[in-house]
Design a binder for this molecule. Sequence first.
Ligand SMILES: Cc1cc2nc3c(=O)[nH]c(=O)nc-3n(C[C@H](O)[C@H](O)[C@H](O)COP(=O)(O)OP(=O)(O)OC[C@H]3O[C@@H](n4cnc5c(N)ncnc54)[C@H](O)[C@@H]3O)c2cc1C
Length: 381
Amino acid sequence: MDFALTEEQTAIFDMACAFGEEHIAPFAAQWEEDGTIPRDLWPKLAELGFGGLYVSEENGGSGLSRLDATMVFEALSRSCASVAAFLSIHNMCAAMVEKYGSDDLKARLLPDMVTMEKVCSYCLTEPGSGSDAAALRTKAERTNEGYRLNGAKAFISGGGYSDLYLSMVRTGADGPKGISAIVIEDGTPGLGFGAPERKMGWKSQPTAQVQFDDCDVPAGNLLGEEGRGFSYAMAGLDGGRLNISACSLGAAQAALEATLTYMRERSAFGQTIDRFQALQFRLADMEIELQAARTFLRQAAWKLDNGAPDATKFCAMAKKFVTEAGSRVADQCLQLHGGYGYLADYGIEKIVRDLRVHQILEGTNEIMRVIVARGLLAETA
Ligand SMILES: Cc1cc2nc3c(=O)[nH]c(=O)nc-3n(C[C@H](O)[C@H](O)[C@H](O)COP(=O)(O)OP(=O)(O)OC[C@H]3O[C@@H](n4cnc5c(N)ncnc54)[C@H](O)[C@@H]3O)c2cc1C
């Protein structure tokens, strides 16, 4: 068993860290206020190969493993979890287009996705179905040229901002087997958006409803086979769960480092607050939590890369464990900053707000337990 990172993995981590420190961290607070991320950031990230992290090199991507990708998200989240998480969603979509798209669709969409001239949103959730995603109702009826879409997707990261919307829609009967995956291009008549949602964190990412009103989409935009869309959507989520965990980990690690610096400087009762043993114990507990989270996350990524039969269970376990550890650590860091932790200038309250949603999306942490329990019961039956 070898826990060491390869030289290449360390280089990827360092490169992403350096990029974040120069191009993201100094502007993250302003982007929160603006409620949007400048579009020209994405092609710069793509120059590092981050637009098609696990798209094959043959199709212009970086061909990295899931474990490698967690390095990128952990590193970028040190600067801003909201920006890193949006990159994860785009990469999940790019991988789905490569894996399931026809040669024609790939030729049409992938080059611009990999360079991030075009960014893509993932549209599964609807106003009436979240955890129970297979109950989705957005209808796609066959026409002579393709499909006519009617319905709405809720909470879509990048709604009204992205160029492409990879959507799960109903082409058949009720249940998962009646669902297909299709890409809708911005500007398609009948594609509309709700007002930007006002939310607790991830404020720099626009979130909005994506609406389809007699929206005609060519048949060639379908991914893979009709009726398989739900399984494609779920397959993408294992990796998405690793990435979102890595986002929690990186941001919480940055909060811990900022807290160590702060505690060495802040005095109370005649000494710097890092001298109080009660607080040292909290630091120790945070270090233990984050190291355990990192090890667990990397093990789950390794399982996914190696096609382990229990990879889905491990991705779900890691997602629950790491996102909760990340939020606990961020909250403790805020506490150790005292009142200053509550002020925007110190950057900690933003991390607390940004990380909270990681327990809700890519499958809630209750649904992660459902997956773990199902796996456990099946293994021991
Ligand atoms: C900021 C933000 C960005 C998002 N971005 C996207 C996106 O880009 N694309 C996308 O498709 N979706 C996105 N989502 C939606 C997100 O994935 C859903 O909110 C999430 O899946 C939960 O669905 P829901 O909100 O409908 O809650 P519900 O499914 O209604 O759940 C409500 C509560 O019941 C619990 N629950 C439900 N079923 C069970 C069960 N069987 N057992 C135990 N507990 C259960 C849940 O865990 C939760 O606590 C985003 C959400 C947010 C907040």
